[in-house]
Design a protein around this ligand. Structure first.
Ligand code: HEM
Length: 347
């Protein structure tokens, strides 16, 4: 068998022969279009790797029972952290493109019309697979048609299909709902400290609500009603009350050995949301510098549209907002020994 050659293995010829600027032919006339193309290609390659990791994570989670004591959860956290690192890197890459000035961009902007990053199918797939839904998007009307500058019909279908499959967010919600912390066998010896009684709430949560109440300042008292709503009535956004309770429980008792990884997982999801949001911000600022208030090549209002996505396009907002309902460590109800044993490694 012939030895494998480096450039054949990574199909380098194909990659290095895929840069064809449209605004110049010879080096003497060369402008920043080359940089523009290379930067976009690098982004798309990283998007590809992010999608690969995301699919793997979803594949592990799709199983009915992910084993928290096996490699499964640590693999998931590892992969999601890797996605975080890639997002950090691609945030940095904005600096390279920003060495191009707005006048440099105008040299070739017209040749790329009506193409736009708005048509990046991979970016939309990342958003969809994480759990961002069409109806949650800023200016949903931009996404629903396939006219010039929008996604092609085939690409839009693929994005819609990805949105219809189990998204990472949905899988996380189901996993949280399966948390076994409140089986009665662990709570027999638990001594409720507050006096309230409730048929449909576990004694622990009655105590916790009480602790939360005492941690609220005078102008925050409305939060108690919100607590009831989020954890016992409607949930928050698309996350059920049971899943919200599990996320809160994991966050409060993260120091217990078996909850380290679940906490890392939730924390990494918030980190991914934050890093994507940093990217949106960097991209928006760059666009404003580059084209001011002109409309985008993809037919949106341009910087205005991008600024709108910033406040709305989060996949894991509800998980991050669990922080609203935390209490000081010293106010946490003490857990019964039977449960502590269950959630400790018994080596
Ligand atoms: C000179 C640099 C750039 C300019 C002026 C620019 C401009 C824009 C504008 C105006 C939009 C809004 C859609 C539209 O109407 O076109 C947009 C969207 C987008 N651009 Fe860029 N862009 C630049 C660089 C990049 C780079 C390097 C990437 C990397 C892949 C990128 C990816 C995207 C994505 C994914 C969207 C959709 C964002 C969303 O809908 O949330 N852009 N861009």
């Amino acid at each position: 068998m012939e030895d494998l050659y480096y450039s054949d293995y990574i199909e380098l010829d194909q990659i290095l022969n895929s840069q064809h600027p449209k605004s110049f032919e010879s080096l003497e006339e060369g402008n920043d279009e080359m940089l523009f193309i290379v930067v976009h290609q690098v982004y798309e390659l990283w998007f590809k790797q992010i999608l690969f990791e995301l699919d793997l994570v979803r594949h592990i989670f799709v199983r009915d029972r992910i084993n928290d004591n096996s490699d499964d959860l640590s693999r998931v956290v590892h992969k999601l952290k890797r996605i975080g690192k890639i997002l950090e890197l691609i945030n940095q890459q904005v600096n390279v493109l920003e060495t191009m000035t707005s006048l440099d961009f105008l040299e070739f902007r017209n040749v790329l019309l009506p193409a736009s990053g708005f048509q990046s199918k991979q970016f939309r797939l990342i958003e969809a697979k994480l759990g961002l839904k069409m109806e949650q998007r800023y200016k949903t009307e931009y996404y629903k048609h396939t006219r010039r500058g929008s996604l092609s019909e085939v690409d839009l279908q693929e994005v819609n299909q990805a949105e219809g499959e189990s998204t990472l967010k949905e899988l996380i919600i189901q996993w949280l709902e399966r948390m076994p912390f409140f089986e009665e066998e662990y709570w027999r010896e638990y001594k409720q400290t507050s006096e309230l009684n409730s048929e449909d709430r576990h004694r622990f949560w009655i105590d916790y609500r009480n602790a939360y109440q005492t941690s609220l300042s005078q102008n925050e008292t409305g939060r108690l009603k919100e607590f009831d709503n989020v954890f016992f009535e409607e949930g928050r956004g698309s996350v059920s009350p049971a899943a919200m309770r599990a996320a809160l429980f994991i966050t409060i008792y993260r120091n217990l050995p078996i909850l380290h990884l679940p906490f890392e997982l939730l924390n990494t999801l918030s980190e991914i949301d934050e890093l994507l949001s940093n990217w949106r911000y960097r991209h928006f600022m760059m666009v404003r510098r580059m084209i001011g208030l002109r409309v985008g090549t993809g037919g949106t209002s341009g910087a205005g549209y991008l600024e709108g996505t910033l406040s709305q396009h989060y996949a894991f907002r509800e998980i991050t907002e669990v922080a609203t309902f935390l209490v000081e460590r010293s106010k946490r109800p003490a857990l019964p020994n039977a449960l502590k044993e269950k959630v400790s490694f018994n080596l």
